[in-house]
Structure formats: structure tokens, C-alpha cells
Design a protein around this ligand. Structure first.
Ligand SMILES: C[S@@+](CC[C@H](N)C(=O)[O-])C[C@H]1O[C@@H](n2cnc3c(N)ncnc32)[C@H](O)[C@@H]1O
Length: 266
């Protein structure tokens, strides 16, 4: 039987949020003081956002959403975790950012939001929490206005083939159903004293791209990177500022991909 992944994952993201808010990884203090959390990979794809309505899927506690507002966009962030959305709203209040936040399962969004957007954005650690990319892509297509753009940056599916230490291949590249696990600590605070249970899925590149094409989007850009902008996997080294690679793998594997796709609706 399919595990109740919504309850399991909401509970684990609520617990992570409290730790992430205090972590040097997310450095909430410098963020509130004005630092942008967006990276060199997604910024050129996002382009000039002044006056653009942006839907930000799986926004966690809103750092990227508020960073989008600081670039002149009118963003709406959506996330499953009520703790994350509470923190996102508090950060928007504290910074005076013009950002709106909704708390729900992504697939339930149409029950909460009936608008269209110039840009839909999602990044780093998102689709692994979703079982069905056809529904994900249909949702993106539904919220894009005609000619609207989807901008996506994500960890490469090759990364998720490896065990936690990135030493052995322990998982299939392809989606083979739910992966149910428990880990101690969290990527932003490895030593945190907590056990987290979660349910996730691997999604290969063809699965991602085919679902977007089938939903009526046109792929404009697809890029792969041999570094990640975050020190979030085990044994990473920052070889150039803001570019992290896994020490013993060097530049041999892709760590991130990014794409831009456009709604063909007229
Ligand atoms: C790694 S974080 C988002 C990444 C963002 N780049 C960051 O680091 O702030 C993943 C987010 O997905 C959210 N999430 C997981 N499953 C979800 C679902 N079914 N619907 C909406 N959000 C979900 C979690 O609550 C979490 O905040």
C-alpha cells in the first residue's frame, strides 16, 4: 500500500524547518538583512522579473520567494509545511516584502488558487517529494498564462542513485515507486539530534522533460552542471566560490540541471 506520504513528509518538513531557521546553511540573519538566496544557475533563466507575477512551488520558508520579491516580482509561494509557511510569512512581515504564501499539498493547489502567472518557478530538492510528474507538469501548465515561462533548477537524478556518502550506487536512476527511509540530522545541519522519516521518489531526466512536453510546454533551455550551489551533500568541497563538488567524485558526475520551458497556449 502507498504510504501516507503527505502526513509523513509534512511532519518531517515541519521538524526540519525549526532546525533550518537556526542553521548557518540558510543564514536567516543575513537573509533578513538583505542577502539574496538565489544562485547564478537560476538567475539568468529567471531574467528581469520586474512587475512579473511569479508562482513559486515548494517554497520552504520563503527565502527564494522573498528574494524574487526583492527583484521586483509579485511572488506567491506554496508549501506543504505549515511551520515553513508560518516562518515565510514572518520573514515577509519582517522584511516588508510583497510576497504571499499558501500552505497546501501541491496537488491540491487548484482548490486554493485560481489565477495565472507570468512565471512558475521551483528549485533544488522539490520533485523528489512528488509521486506523479504528469500531475506536477499539468499543474504548471494550468498556472502559466499563454506564453508564460517555467523555470526549474534541481539536483540531478544521478545524485540520487548514490548512498548518503555518495560512495556506492544504491538506487535506480529510474522512478521505481516510493523510497521510504529514516535519516538522522538534516542536509542543512548534519549533526542535528533528530530522526526524520520521509517518503520520496527518483525521477529521471526523460520523465521530467516528457511530462512537461506532454503538458503542452516547449523546452527552451536545458543545462547540466558539475557543481551544486549548496554545500548540502556529504563530503563536499567549495572549489570555486559558490560551486560545491563531492570531493572524491570531483567533476565526474552532474550534480544539478536547470531548464526553461514555455507555455504554448495562446
Ligand atoms: C528542499 S525544500 C525546497 C527547496 C528550497 N530550494 C529551499 O531550500 O528553501 C522542499 C520543500 O518541499 C515541500 N514539499 C514537500 N512535499 C510537498 C508537497 N506535496 N506539496 C507542497 N510542498 C511540498 C517541503 O515542505 C519543503 O519545504
Amino acid at each position: 500500500m502507498e504510504p501516507d506520504y503527505i502526513s509523513v513528509n509534512r511532519a518531517s518538513w515541519n521538524r526540519r524547518t525549526a532546525v533550518h531557521l537556526e542553521s548557518s546553511f540558510y543564514d536567516q540573519q543575513s537573509f533578513l538583512a538583505g542577502r539574496s538566496s538565489l544562485n547564478e544557475i537560476e538567475l539568468p533563466l529567471l531574467g528581469d522579473l520586474r512587475g512579473q507575477r511569479v508562482l513559486h512551488l515548494q517554497c520552504h520558508f520563503g527565502q527564494d520567494t522573498i528574494s524574487l520579491a526583492r527583484l521586483g516580482a509579485a511572488p506567491t509561494g506554496v508549501d506543504l509545511s505549515d511551520a515553513a509557511i508560518d516562518a515565510a510569512r514572518a520573514a515577509a512581515d519582517a522584511t516588508g516584502a510583497d510576497a504571499r504564501f499558501l500552505c497546501c499539498d501541491l496537488y491540491d493547489l487548484p482548490a486554493h488558487l485560481d489565477e495565472s502567472f507570468d512565471v512558475v518557478f521551483s528549485s533544488y530538492g522539490t520533485i523528489g517529494w512528488l509521486p506523479d510528474l504528469e500531475r506536477w507538469a499539468a499543474l504548471i501548465a494550468r498556472y502559466l498564462k499563454p506564453g508564460g515561462r517555467f523555470v526549474f533548477a534541481e539536483f540531478h537524478p544521478v545524485v540520487w542513485m548514490f548512498d548518503d556518502a555518495l560512495e556506492t550506487v544504491g538506487y535506480r536512476y529510474f522512478n521505481s515507486g516510493p523510497i521510504v527511509e529514516t535519516e538522522s540530522g538534516t542536509y542543512a545541519e548534519r549533526g542535528a539530534d533528530m530522526e526524520l522519516s520521509y517518503v520520496c521518489w527518483n525521477h529521471g531526466l526523460a520523465e521530467v522533460i516528457t511530462s512537461l512536453l506532454d503538458a503542452g510546454l516547449e523546452l527552451r533551455t536545458l543545462r547540466e552542471y558539475d557543481y551544486a550551489p549548496y554545500n548540502c551533500l556529504r563530503n563536499m568541497v567549495e572549489e570555486e566560490p559558490g560551486r560545491f563538488r563531492v570531493a572524491h567524485l570531483g567533476n565526474k558526475i552532474p550534480l544539478v540541471y536547470a531548464l526553461e520551458a514555455v507555455s504554448k497556449r495562446i
